[in-house]
Design a protein around this ligand. Structure first.
Ligand SMILES: Nc1ncnc2c1ncn2[C@@H]1O[C@H](COP(=O)(O)OP(=O)(O)OP(=O)(O)O)[C@@H](O)[C@H]1O
Length: 285
């Protein structure tokens, strides 16, 4: 399912006041089946971009088209519900929204809410639990008896259970340690690979961006300043500095190595494996 934004401007209305633009003339197309990271400094508009993509924030100017449907202030509640079935949203710290008595009920809530019958909803809950790497034995447990990392996965399973075409995740790895981040993103990537679905995730972590994203959107002051493949982003270090973005560890090592040795590696390295292969290729290992 394609998501297309054309000259989108958005503001939050607070009482009678319309706050300054949080999205400013944003045009982009998210092609189906890609993993895209949204990066940029605090307040750049990353979460707002996600909200516009599933109708939680309605643009004040411009057009948002999801599949064949346009979202605007006249879109009916029923159409928005249908859109949200296809475009799942995982908010920051989603575990804080777990509410049901059992894990199974919590995960099945989404499909039931979208009109699936009880039996099918239970099947979908089981499948989603597997997709986030958790055992069926926890289905009857209280979500509140789980660890923080397990709760996060249950919350994500609750969105996957509705079988969305696209999943939008706002900092899905916030607060997890590096191993936890890698594990969660690996599970999401597996879901993407197996089901051919689209992932758009906000992150402040360049390591996750380099390892898991195929495309990157860089936001600055409500505008999209880069939307392209991940590798070219890390070529231009001067530009990255201007956007206050870090480098992944392997790329930082590569630049240090090239500066000290005068040897240039044949391509941009984003992971340890790529770095090792490049060092072997030039005969340095
Ligand atoms: N519900 C809201 N009501 C009013 N203003 C908001 C609301 N949500 C966000 N904003 C404002 O919109 C701007 C963009 O916020 P947004 O959360 O989209 O940025 P972000 O890039 O995701 O930031 P962060 O990395 O800190 O999460 C900020 O100035 C923020 O204060």
């Amino acid at each position: 399912m394609q998501i297309k934004l054309e000259h989108v401007t958005a503001n939050y209305k607070i009482g009678p006041l319309l706050k300054p633009r949080v999205l400013d003339d944003v045009s982009l197309t998210l092609n189906p089946g890609r993993i895209t990271a949204v990066v940029g400094s605090t307040g750049a508009g990353k979460s707002s971009l996600l909200k516009v993509c599933n109708g939680l924030l309605i643009p004040s100017e411009g057009h948002v088209t999801i599949g064949s449907k346009e979202i605007n202030s006249k879109t009916s509640k029923q159409s928005l519900k249908t859109i949200r079935k296809h475009i799942g949203m995982v908010f920051q710290f989603p575990e804080s929204q777990l509410f049901a008595e059992t894990v199974g009920e919590d995960i099945a809530f989404g499909p039931l809410n979208f009109g699936t019958d009880q039996r099918r909803a239970e099947q979908l809950a089981r499948k989603a639990l597997q997709q986030v790497g958790l055992d069926e034995s926890i289905l009857s447990k209280s979500p509140f008896s789980l660890s923080g990392g397990q709760k996060r996965r249950v919350a994500i399973a609750g969105v996957l259970a509705s079988e969305p075409e696209v999943i939008l995740l706002d900092e899905p790895t916030a607060g997890l340690d590096p191993a936890g981040r890698k594990e969660l993103l690996t599970l999401l990537k597996r879901w993407h690979d197996e089901e051919g679905k689209t992932i758009l995730f906000v992150t402040h972590d360049m390591e996750s961006t380099a390892r898991f994203a195929e495309d990157v959107i860089v936001m600055e002051n409500g505008s999209v300043v880069y939307h392209d493949a991940v590798r070219p982003l890390f070529e231009n270090t001067r530009q990255l500095k201007e956007w206050q973005l870090d480098l992944p560890e392997a790329r930082r090592f590569q630049l240090g190595f090239e500066a000290q040795s005068g040897i240039h590696l044949p391509h941009v390295c984003l992971t340890e494996k790529e770095l090792m292969d490049a060092l072997i290729e030039v005969g340095c290992v």
